[in-house]
Design a protein around this ligand. Structure first.
Ligand SMILES: Nc1ncnc2c1ncn2[C@@H]1O[C@H](COP(=O)(O)OP(=O)(O)O)[C@@H](O)[C@H]1O
Ligand SMILES: [Mg+2]
Length: 497
């Protein structure tokens, strides 16, 4: 089956989210839609899936115009969708969720037993290891996604829409998903693959449509270089491999010795890690999510409770200090979760920019916050860090992911520090913001600060690091040079040496 969109336009008040979009997807084709956050990709797909109504334009299935007013219409035309934010009920089982979804379609009620049989047969076909009786909340994200895929396939989807499916996956899970996509394609299923990740597009797409600010700006082939794709997407030249000029490293800033971290029930999450970082050096900790790196980052600023060993900044022991004193010993901390540990959502951008320093000169004078200073500081940092906002008095929760991250960077990097800890600093960001974060981290290196980068992105680690420490099951299994091949690094991250 083929799916064609003609002249799709959708406005939200004055904002034109989709502007005369034309697109044709053929049977058995993997068609990537590439675009930055906010480009209008989800809006377009929600229109195709019947969750939103277009202001104008038509949808054609096999050349015939169709009306898609709700998801059940889409399902009946053979269009399935896996959403950016999963739509599963966490306290229900796999099979229950699938039966629940089925009630919306016009194909009659499915019993739980029928559902289980069908789930099993689809799971077998694609070699998914899924128990239909598992509770959704007990499943890793990657498996939940497969449940969503199975749900779409239960209705014999001929066109499957995957909206940013890899945003939440580990490198391994991502590779597995790409293989599933290839298997679906081989069966004749068309896939609309929405993403802003260039490597993935190049790996699986047959055709690439690039969207910017609601408009189709071009069609590219998977043989285009990452740079070409990135600049089409962003509308200017983008450099994701920053220059790494020689920096003469200085004294040891961070020295971690025999650090172990235990969780609340006493299980060892990090086992006897020792490492050092010098001034002017970026050390990356590469690892698949869940191997102790998140806890390690938090432990270095004393956000973890059960830690043994030693953490020295400039020869000063900081283990067991308060978080605030750790930061004041000279650490900038860019946490993995901007929302939880980085910002106070209900506070303004200006207030978030002084969170660590609100009681210090020059922010405070004689116990009073200097409002004028706070305002000027915010205006200056918003400009320097290119935070896109209407007003510095807007709440930080109103910002997009990339802009939130820039606020965190602005606050942390504008303090007088010697060590920068950046935990998954580009997760969920679009290419333009990623480039910005890379530039800022390289600037920290050039300014002779020590940088600890914690990342699951192989490309990021290779592009930025001077040395790469690979973490696996809470241990550093090797320290390697950034020239190591992607394959070798990937294997080390999987615990294979
Ligand atoms: N329900 C909505 N109301 C108002 N604006 C919206 C709504 N949904 C999306 N937008 C805006 O439309 C634009 C496109 O959003 P979206 O389609 O989600 O982009 P993408 O999926 O490419 O990141 C963005 O500027 C977004 O803020
Ligand atoms: Mg989206």
């Amino acid at each position: 089956m083929s799916l064609e969109l003609k002249g799709i336009t959708k406005k939200f008040n004055t904002l034109v989210a989709n502007d005369q979009i034309n697109l044709k997807v053929e049977k058995g084709e993997i068609h990537a839609i590439l675009g930055e956050n906010g480009a209008g990709k989800s809006t377009l797909m929600n229109i195709v899936y019947g969750l939103l109504e277009a202001d104008s334009g038509t949808i054609l299935v096999d050349g015939k115009q169709v009306a898609i007013k709700e998801p059940s219409d889409a399902l009946n035309f053979g269009i399935g969708m896996v959403h950016q934010h999963f739509m599963l009920v966490p306290v229900f089982t796999v099979a229950e969720n699938i039966v629940l979804g089925h009630e919306q379609s016009k194909r009659g009620i499915l019993t739980l037993d029928e559902a289980k049989k069908k789930i099993q047969s689809i799971a077998n076909e694609f070699k998914f290891d899924i128990n239909p009786d598992s509770l959704i909340e007990d499943l890793p994200v990657g498996v939940q996604q497969r449940v969503e895929i199975i749900r779409a396939l239960m209705y014999d989807a001929k066109v499957l829409i995957l909206d940013e499916p890899t945003a939440v996956l580990t490198p391994q899970e991502t590779d597995e998903l790409l293989n599933i996509m290839r298997a679906l394609k081989a069966k004749g299923t068309a896939i609309i693959f929405i993403t802003h990740k260039l490597r993935e597009v190049k790996a699986v797409a047959d055709k690439i449509t690039v969207i910017r600010l609601g408009k189709v700006v071009g069609v590219a082939s998977p043989s285009s270089s990452q740079e070409e794709l990135a600049s089409m997407m962003v509308g200017r030249e983008v450099d994701l491999i920053p220059d790494k000029p020689e920096v003469k490293t200085g004294k040891t800033i961070l020295a971690v010795k025999d650090l172990s971290i235990f969780n609340t029930v006493g299980r060892k999450i990090v086992n006897n890690i020792s490492l050092e970082i010098r001034a002017g050096e970026i050390l990356a900790i590469a690892g698949v999510q869940g191997n102790g790196q998140s806890e390690l980052a938090r432990a270095l600023v004393n956000l973890e409770d059960h830690v043994t060993g030693s953490i020295k900044i400039n020869d000063e022991e900081i283990l067991k200090k308060s978080v605030r004193d750790s930061l004041r010993a000279g650490i900038a901390f860019i946490p993995e979760s901007r929302e939880l540990d980085g910002l106070i959502g209900s506070f303004s951008i200006a207030e978030n920019l002084i969170l660590d320093t609100h009681d210090l000169e020059p922010v405070a004078k004689r116990g009073q916050i200097n409002k004028e200073y706070v305002r000027e500081n915010a205006i200056k940092l918003v400009k320097e860090f290119d935070v896109r906002t209407q007003s510095i008095f807007d709440t930080s929760s109103s910002l997009s992911g990339g802009n939130k991250q820039k606020v965190v960077l602005a606050r942390e990097l504008s303090r007088n520090v010697e060590l920068v800890i950046a935990s998954q600093p580009t997760r969920g960001l679009d290419v333009g913001s990623i480039e910005f974060v890379y530039q800022r981290l390289m600037a920290e290196r050039a300014a002779n600060r020590a940088v600890l980068l914690i990342s699951s992105e192989l490309d990021e680690v290779s592009a930025l690091a001077d040395r790469i420490a690979v973490i696996y099951r809470g241990e550093i299994v090797g320290i390697v040079s950034p020239d190591i091949s992607r394959e070798k690094l990937g294997l080390m991250m999987a615990g294979i040496n």
